[in-house]
Design a protein around this ligand. Structure first.
Ligand code: NAD
Length: 467
């Protein structure tokens, strides 16, 4: 079994040199050949395979994640992303011919070269510590960039395992890790970057965006949720309850794309609540705390925040409510709230708090969803096709899963990203490659065409214009 190395903050006085070395590696053109990128991706694949047990152990220690969830959403997720990239890389990296225009233009071979953006910084969040850090790293490698990874300090074991894998399996001059919290990240942000890829909260996203704006550095921001689920009167309450409870119990609700609140037609609220209780009982027959499949809150700070948030609601707890600070455990807790202004709707809970608000009809649900946050990361309508289409047509969101909780985020060929304040830019699928690639427009002017080009040279005259 591979042991987990110790987590150590990177000394701040070393950060500038580390980043400079990675920049120099890009400038050496080492990462440009496709074969080099494929070789590095294959090595990373084996690094992940060799460290599967360490990854499981790290995610268990960091966030109480079950082995199954770690396998599904962290290790095999990244392994599959690597296979997907390797299978598509050559096709995506090829020059793209410009669409046919004027006949003469084709003589100039107008085309788009796919160029790596350069040296990129990837800043990860804690909740899927491996996936959200290595996912963008995999793509940046595929695109031919050199990379500095700054994982979340709130998942230190996962951070340490990734640092070990990158150092032992990849070319250390091209890909490296900087560990730390705000002071280290601030020092990292002071360096020169060709792209910053950030996953995390909206508040920190603004700090990153401001910093990047000073140097016109392009950014991708994968930000917070506040996502609504809408369950109409024609939805199947059992199906909606099982799927939404799955989405809220995975990672103990610490999922950016999980529903933050559910708006439900008042006529099926009782049936829905009954099915919610039934589903939770089926998922965790001995209760969630005793189940190996239910995670924990990442740390005391987040535990206290969730506790305070639950205390602030004016709603009624219909199920759950148990908390155990020593174990950082919070039971999936269903709260019926009275109105759309309840803090459980306004704030992103990012935990297993499950507010439900009864509505009179679909129009009221749409109005409330749009007024709580008009550009959430995801939206989850349940109902007939006509109803779910209406909801999609009258709302905005980064993505959507119809009749499910966040399934769209798990499709590797589908791009993922926010809109408005839930994010900028997207990755996964082909969008991943484009995220770290500059589409460089190029033409080549052949020598034989000079006679035809005569028209463009001064002195100009009207007879030339007629040619
Ligand atoms: P966070 O914003 O606290 O931290 C994310 C990263 O930012 C960490 O690496 C951290 O070290 C760094 N950071 C924190 N404060 C900073 C500062 N002042 N200056 C510079 N860097 C700083 O987020 P988190 O608690 O790790 O994750 C939870 C949030 O992330 C939620 O809002 C969630 O919705 C969001 N999230 C979004 C996605 C997505 O794909 N859209 C995925 C996961 C999480």
């Amino acid at each position: 079994m591979t042991s987990i190395p110790a987590f150590e903050h990177t000394p701040i006085d070393k950060i500038s040199n580390i980043c400079g070395d990675v920049r120099n590696a890009f400038l050496s053109h080492k990462t440009r050949p496709i074969e080099f990128r494929l070789q590095q991706l294959r090595k990373l694949y084996w690094g992940l395979k060799d460290h599967r047990e360490a990854i499981v152990e790290a995610c268990k220690k960091d966030i109480g994640k079950s082995s199954f969830e770690t396998y599904l959403t962290e290790s095999s997720w990244c392994e599959n992303d690597i296979i997907f990239m390797c299978n598509n890389l050559e096709a995506w990296a090829k020059d793209e011919k410009a669409p046919d225009g004027k006949l003469m233009d084709t003589a100039f071979s107008p085309r788009i070269r796919k160029e790596p953006l350069g040296t990129v910084l990837v800043i990860g969040a804690y909740n899927f510590p491996i996936q959200l850090s290595l996912g963008p790293v995999i793509v940046a490698i595929a695109a031919g960039c050199t990379v500095v990874l700054k994982p979340s300090e709130n998942a230190p074991h996962a951070g340490a395992v990734m640092q070990k894998i990158l150092a032992e399996y990849l070319d250390p001059t091209c890909y490296t890790t900087i560990q730390g919290a705000v002071p280290e990240t601030t020092a990292v942000l002071d360096q020169k970057w060709d792209k910053i890829f950030y996953t995390g909260s909206e508040a920190v996203g603004k700090i990153i965006a401001k910093k990047a704006a000073e140097t016109l550095t392009p950014i991708t921001l994968e930000l917070g949720g506040r996502n609504p689920a809408i369950v109409t009167k024609n939805a199947d309450p059992r199906l909606a309850a099982r799927r939404l409870m799955w989405a809220k119990c995975l990672n103990a609700g610490q999922v950016c794309v999980s529903q933050n609140y559910t708006l439900i037609d008042k006529s099926i609220l009782p049936a829905f609540i009954e099915q919610v209780k039934k589903a939770l009982g089926e998922f965790f027959p001995d209760g969630p705390q005793k189940s190996a499949d239910y995670g924990r809150i990442v740390n005391k700070r987040q535990f206290d925040r969730l506790k305070k948030l639950l205390e602030s609601t004016k709603g009624t707890i219909l199920h759950g409510g148990h908390m155990d600070e020593a174990d950082l455990y919070i039971e999936p807790t269903v709260v019926q709230v009275n109105d759309e202004h309840d803090p459980l709707l306004a704030d992103e809970s990012f935990g297993p708090l499950i507010p439900v608000l009864a509505v009179n009809d679909i129009d009221e649900a749409i109005r409330i969803a749009n007024s709580v946050h008009d550009t959430p990361l995801g939206i989850y309508p349940f109902g007939t096709t006509a109803e779910t289409d209406k909801i999609l047509n009258q709302t905005r969101s980064g993505g959507a899963s119809v009749n499910d909780g966040f399934y769209h985020a798990s499709i590797p060929t589908l791009q993922f990203g926010g809109v408005g304040t839930s994010g900028q830019g997207a990755y996964r699928g082909r969008a991943s490659f484009e995220c770290f690639t500059h589409r460089r427009s190029v033409t080549t002017t052949p020598g034989w065409i000079e006679g035809l080009l005569d028209v463009r040279y001064p002195p100009y005259n009207m007879s030339k214009q007629k040619q």
